[in-house]
Unconditional design. Structure first.
Length: 94
């Protein structure tokens, strides 16, 4: 346990704390819950298809790209991102 504390001390110094205080209003840390993932994806959800950034406004787009993984709509995508099952595929789609 002491080794973990030693590692923490190496990067969490006065300068690091001051930088964190500056950016604190703009960042969040911790584990997201289903509601926060839902809100974020509906507001800021985009996918890159054929090298074009496309807003996630249509479930057909999701089904076409992720249907083979059982992800056919926005709610499926959000669930996979929240639970971790098929997270890699869902995250790579975004």
């Amino acid at each position: 346990m002491e080794g973990a504390k030693e590692k923490k001390k190496k990067w969490l110094n006065k300068a690091s704390l001051n930088m964190l205080r500056i950016v604190e209003p703009y960042i969040a840390w911790g584990y997201p819950n289903l509601n926060s993932v839902n809100e974020f994806i509906y507001k800021h959800g985009y996918s890159k298809i054929n090298k074009k950034r496309i807003a996630l406004t249509d479930n057909a787009l999701i089904a076409r790209s992720l249907g083979k993984y059982g992800i056919i709509c926005m709610e499926d995508l959000i669930h996979k991102l929240s639970t971790g099952k098929r997270f890699k595929e869902a995250n790579n789609f975004l």
